[in-house]
Design a protein around this ligand. Structure first.
Ligand code: ATP
Length: 262
């Protein structure tokens, strides 16, 4: 399924948090959203997965406004992993993942053998089968993050919206989880802080600065020293990854900042 935001603005407390965001995530593509702290990434994603109502513009799934979709239909289309989602109750890992099956049956229906299979597969995909019976409150931050991703996968959506999915993950799990999302065949829209992961994984990158889109394109087109200086205020050297040929970035402070910190 295609996900598209068309001229989306979000207002809160009388202030425009994001303005006129237009972006496209086509079927099966991995689309990244990058930008400095407070630039509006989470706000944009919350509008995309319909927990924030845009004050202007529209969010479309295969051309259909998400707000016109019944909640259950929407939940079968889009699954989201929010930033710093908290597990408040001490469910077991399998119970937490099984919540992802809710959109597929009635509230009071029992979980079926088919549901259980889907959940086991999702847990295996994130490498947590061995923790199925553990309480989520006893997990490490990275394990908990992988449970949330397994729950989103168990939802069997067509679109995955991920807000900082690599939070708390060590480097191997960062690469594994993003590769899993990339190769899932799902449409992925992910906010990423790590620009090298964005460069390695994304088909298209959108850059936000101060609530507005400032650039979009392939990582090669977008992640240039000029843009990184303008938007992030850092000096970047761009090199090619010897294995993948993708751009990789080496950072240092701009000279003006170095003087400030000298
Ligand atoms: N409910 C709200 N009321 C007022 N301001 C808000 C609200 N939610 C977010 N903001 C502000 O909107 C701006 C964008 O926030 P957002 O969380 O979308 O940024 P972000 O790019 O995801 O940041 P980070 O990289 O730090 O996670 C910030 O300045 C934030 O303080």
């Amino acid at each position: 399924m295609d996900l598209s935001l068309q001229g989306v603005s979000v207002t809160a407390g009388g202030r425009k948090l994001v303005e006129e965001i237009t972006l496209e995530a086509q079927q099966g593509r991995f689309v990244g959203l990058v930008g400095p702290n407070g630039s509006g990434k989470s706000t944009t994603l919350r509008a995309a997965y319909h927990v924030l109502k845009p004050s202007a513009g529209a969010v479309l799934v295969d051309g259909r406004p998400v707000e016109s979709m019944a909640p259950r239909v929407r939940a079968r289309a889009i699954a989201a992993v929010a930033q710093e989602s908290h597990a408040e109750f001490d469910f077991t890992v399998s119970e937490a993942v099984a919540m992802g099956r809710q959109p597929h049956h009635g509230l009071l229906d029992r979980i079926t053998a088919g549901d259980r299979k889907v959940c086991e597969a999702a847990l295996a995909q994130v490498g947590l089968t061995h923790l199925a019976d553990r309480g989520v409150l006893t997990l490490s931050g990275g394990e908990r993050q992988r449970v949330l991703i397994a729950r989103a996968l168990a939802q069997q959506p067509r679109i995955l919206v991920l807000d900082e999915p690599t939070n708390h993950l060590d480097i191997r799990h960062q690469l594994e989880i993003l590769t899993l999302a990339r190769e899932s065949g799902l449409t992925v829209l992910a906010a990423l802080h790590d620009l090298n992961l964005a460069a390695a994984m994304c088909d298209t990158v959108y850059v936000l600065g101060d609530g507005r889109l400032v650039a979009s394109g392939t990582p090669e087109q977008v992640l240039t020293p000029r843009l990184l200086a303008d938007v992030f205020g850092v000096h970047a050297h761009v090199v090619r990854h010897p294995g993948t040929g993708r751009p990789q970035l080496l950072f240092e402070l701009l000279d003006s900042q170095k003087d400030r910190h000298a």
